[in-house]
Design a protein around this ligand. Structure first.
Ligand SMILES: [Zn+2]
Length: 249
């Protein structure tokens, strides 16, 4: 479970304004949906990358703030949290100069945000396929009940699933727009120049851009123990599939 054990006071790195922030005792990363681009839908843990706007108008990351101690409970209660940044404002942020670490967080969130319309198509498509399979299976059962099943002494054959859902896994095609492509390319170059680039994230960006050779090179650098997302991304690269994909943990 994600639980909060109280509140702490931090100061922004831009001008030292004090803000109140939760102190997490534990973090639960489970979510209703996980996606290969790192999006977690209805996640119990925050997904905003710690991006905040200060009172002075500058943007900062929570991980770059400084905690200050010895603050009374009264003062904590009187202190406001820093402003969160909604997804719709991300493109405005990109129109201004940002520190590289902030720009990475903004562009990563923008990447996922721009994939959201595709998620809608994907969900609708998967639901229509699953509903059709359910409907077909229901029909098969009813058919045997009314015909074969009603004949005395006749054991109806067990109705088999008409079309097993696993056999017809399809998703809608995805062609990233020019804005999506440009954002992914800039994010890639920022990540490649960053201190500790994640080969899995870089592989996923190359994959969504359709650069399967580069994606393969990057996934080969992934040396941590395999998990659901890494196995899936590896498989999608080998199949030359560029769509963001939903998966279960
Ligand atoms: Zn400030």
């Amino acid at each position: 479970m994600t639980s909060i054990s109280g509140y702490r006071i931090i100061t922004s790195p831009c001008c030292g304004t004090k803000f109140v922030a939760p102190r997490y005792a534990s973090m639960n990363y489970s979510a209703r949906e996980h996606w290969t681009d790192g999006q977690r839908v209805s996640s119990l843990a925050p997904t905003d990358g710690g991006l905040r706007r200060c009172e002075c108008g500058a943007y900062f990351l929570m991980q770059n703030s400084v905690e200050i101690f010895g603050i009374s409970e009264e003062e904590k209660q009187a202190t406001e949290p820093a402003f969160q940044v909604i997804d719709e404002k991300l493109s405005n942020l990109l129109a201004q100069p940002l520190n590289e670490d902030i720009e990475i967080v903004v562009r990563r969130r923008y990447w996922r945000y721009l994939n959201d319309p595709y998620r809608e198509l994907y969900r609708a498509h998967r639901k229509s396929v699953e509903d059709a399979v359910d409907e077909a299976n229901k029909g098969a059962t009813t058919f045997w009940r009314t015909l074969g099943g009603s004949l005395p002494g006749n054991k109806p054959p067990r109705p088999a699933a008409v079309v097993p859902p696993s056999k017809i896994f399809t998703i809608p095609p995805h062609t990233p727009t020019a804005t999506q492509q440009e954002n992914m390319q800039v994010l890639l170059s920022l990540l490649l120049n960053s201190e500790k680039p994640d080969p899995l994230e870089i592989a996923e960006l190359h994959r969504e851009l359709g650069d399967y050779g580069e994606a393969q090179k990057s996934i080969e650098k992934f040396k941590e123990s395999e998990h659901t997302a890494s196995r899936l991304i590896r498989k999608l690269i080998s199949e030359k599939v560029n769509e963001p994909m939903r998966y279960r943990m």
